[in-house]
Ligand binder design. Structure first.
Ligand code: NCD
Length: 362
């Protein structure tokens, strides 16, 4: 069984195949209108969502399939204390494929470990959001035409913004990508992303203090919302909430070919005046999300039918129940699951949590 828990679950070739399939779907909608006839997608959303859940729903409907699920975990047995593992075993009896969003980091991985059907991570806490990444890649393909040799500025909440983490991981598969990180000190990219992704895959990255200073160089400006719901300290949120706001004036020196992406929802980080700029691609990006999810559902169901079982959910060298995770939002600190740690892939000698990639607690 193959699942998509992290963008790295797809090889570069597989990423390209999913994007190409999405492009074919865009050109031949009718051809796919019964491709999932008789199949059911379960959308298990423990956390708020508009685009992701509804685009999964629309995607399955356009494939001629059906959708069941929930968008409020309070109305499910989770409120009685049912674990992700047990809920997954139950849903495996009802559906053919699962899309899960959860506030616990690592929830989708635990679900996959307990599932008889493919699981798609629709966002796990501030960790990962691979289907937004596929959406972003399809948008980059349609707007810019290439993944190699791009300079991309990530702006805003790089600490808690799961879409940023996942997109950088996927871009690490291509060559000539350069990343510029535009964030206040409190919202900088997590260490594991710098050392185990950017440095490991040789992606040059630079941290800067303003978007203006790098605007003329950028091919893509990826804006993000400050993730209010992830802050443990309200004062800290208040200090950074208005850190970066994109206005038409700040685009004065940008390239005409620049594209502005944002996973949405937007709060105030892009003023509405920017929407009229042809370089603002974020509403076009939303529609791409539906097509790429159609492509992903088709691909995972095809692999399941073929009996593809080459995915290893637990990495080499994993040790069981020897450490505790330092991340309070990790599923290993919230549910009764084995505590899994792997050696870091840099030479730091530390262990990282298999669910959320945080360091083992001291
Ligand atoms: C993002 C998410 O949920 O991580 N939204 C989305 O899925 N399109 C970004 C966000 O909530 O800020």
């Amino acid at each position: 069984m193959r699942h998509i828990i992290d963008p790295t679950d797809l090889s570069r070739e597989e990423l390209d195949e999913v994007i190409d399939l999405a492009l074919d779907i865009i050109d031949n909608r009718e051809k796919y209108s019964e491709a999932c006839k008789g199949k059911k997608l379960a959308t298990l959303f423990y956390e708020p969502s508009t685009r992701t859940r509804l685009s999964f729903t629309a995607a399955m409907m356009e494939l001629g399939g059906n959708v069941l699920g929930f968008s409020d975990a309070q109305s499910t047995s989770a409120s009685k204390g049912e674990t992700v593992a047990d809920t997954t075993k139950v849903i495996s009896c009802f559906a053919d494929i699962i899309a899960m969003r959860h506030f616990e980091e690592g929830a989708a991985l635990v679900s996959a470990m307990n599932s008889r059907i493919p699981v798609i991570n629709a966002g796990d806490g501030s960790h990962s959001h691979p289907t937004q990444t596929l959406t972003d890649l399809l948008t980059i393909k349609r707007e810019i035409g290439r993944f190699d040799n791009i300079k991309i500025g990530f702006c805003g909440d790089l600490r808690f913004g799961r879409t940023v983490h996942s997109l950088i991981k996927a871009l690490a598969r291509y060559s000539g990508v350069e990343v510029i990180l535009i964030a206040p000190d409190e919202l900088r990219l997590p260490d594991y992303m710098k050392y185990e992704v950017c440095e490991k895959y040789g992606i040059p990255y630079r941290e800067v203090k303003t978007m203006e200073e790098v605007m003329p160089e950028l091919d893509i400006l990826y804006m993000t919302r400050v993730q209010k719901e992830r802050f443990l300290d309200e004062d800290e949120f208040d200090r950074v909430k208005d850190a970066f706001i994109l206005t038409p004036e700040k685009l004065a020196d940008a390239k005409p070919e620049l594209r502005i992406l944002h996973p949405l929802p937007r709060v105030n980080e892009i003023t509405v005046e920017v929407d009229a700029d042809p370089r603002a691609a974020y509403f076009r990006q939303v529609e791409n999300g539906k097509f790429v999810r159609m492509a992903l559902i088709l691909t995972l169901l095809k692999w399941a039918a073929e009996g593809d079982d080459k995915q290893k959910l637990i990495p080499e060298g994993t040790v069981v129940n020897e450490h505790h995770c330092s991340n309070r939002r990790c599923i290993s600190n919230m549910e009764n699951v084995d505590r899994l740690f792997r050696p870091a892939t840099d030479d730091s000698g530390i262990y990282r949590c298999v669910y959320c990639e945080s360091k083992a607690a001291k």
